[in-house]
Design a protein around this ligand. Structure first.
Ligand SMILES: [Zn+2]
Length: 301
């Protein structure tokens, strides 16, 4: 375990330690503390497993975003159906906001490569990065993608019009270094798309310590929307839009109900509550379970 002496986003030492305790319900059943920065508002898992020791916390068949195809169960099936539908939504969101002529896209943290593959089939020149070599190999085998490791980000001369990180930034140990490397890899005016869970969402407020998207210790950071926008902007970007992810309230609420009741019979209750949370996110800004943030690289940066 490593203890961070200062806020990993802004570097402030004005931090409230042990602001909250959260249990890892899905894999280790261990309990972790959250710290909250008094200056920028970032909430982060602290202490946390360091990069060399976090691997075992991902070793589970229920970690569906890394298993990709045939994990059993109603929630996993629903998740896969929704992921297929949302590929089209993600593509439209990217294309609406890409103002540059060329179509070179880098998907960082591609998992088994569904989004990268979808984009490469629709006219985009796509490269991908995946830190887990087993998952990367699967993405290559399934989709024929060019998948690199994380070190490649710091050494390549390639440049991109669009870089995406779908539910990935909250997993990255070197937060500032990673945003800096992305800023370097984007063309001036290029688009950076980042999706993360929202600890200020209506469902997070409702489920409190049982909120499934805390997902400690895999989620190292829990970004309030304002904190994320200000942090990325401070690294040479301009925030251009924030959008809710429409299916996440249902998925997260179904899991959260399970964690709270320790039972699988509560999926329907979670689904109904998730629909209600979605409705509230449609009328209230920055209230959705997970959000997508769109940034443009500043021309002079
Ligand atoms: Zn801070």
């Amino acid at each position: 375990m490593e203890t961070l002496p200062a806020c990993p986003a802004c570097g402030s030492i004005h931090v409230l330690a042990n602001a909250q305790s959260i249990k890892d319900y899905s894999i280790s059943k261990e309990t972790f503390s959250l710290s909250r920065c008094r200056d920028c508002g970032l909430i982060y898992t602290n202490p946390r497993p360091d990069q060399a020791h976090i691997g075992p916390y991902y070793q589970s068949e229920v970690y569906v975003s890394h298993t990709g195809s045939d994990a059993p169960g109603f929630i996993n099936s629903l998740y896969r159906w929704v992921r297929q539908y949302t590929l089209g939504v993600k593509k439209r969101q990217v294309e609406q906001r890409n103002s540059l002529e060329f179509r070179r896209l880098l998907d960082v943290g591609c998992g088994t490569g569904e989004f990268a593959s979808y984009m490469s089939q629709t006219g985009w020149e796509v490269m991908a990065v995946e830190p887990d070599e087993t998952t990367a190999e699967r993405a290559r085998a399934l989709h024929g993608l060019m998948v690199n490791n994380e070190e490649w980000l710091n050494t390549t001369n390639e440049r991109f019009e669009v870089i995406t990180m779908w539910h990935v930034l909250e997993h990255v140990h070197d937060l500032r270094l990673r945003i800096h490397s992305i800023q370097q890899l984007l063309m001036p005016g290029g688009l950076f798309v980042v999706a993360v869970p929202n600890p200020m969402s209506t469902d997070a407020q409702h489920y409190k310590e049982h909120w499934a998207a805390w997902d400690v210790p895999r989620h190292l950071y829990h970004f309030p929307p304002k904190t994320l926008r200000e942090f990325i902007e401070s690294m040479g970007f301009e925030s251009i839009a924030t959008r809710p992810m429409y299916f996440d309230p249902m998925y997260v609420s179904m899991l959260s109900e399970q964690y709270r009741a320790d039972s699988k019979t509560t999926a329907i209750l979670g689904l109904l509550k998730g629909l209600w949370f979605l409705c509230s996110a449609l009328v209230k800004k920055d209230a959705c379970s997970s959000q997508v943030y769109f940034f443009r690289k500043k021309n002079h940066a």
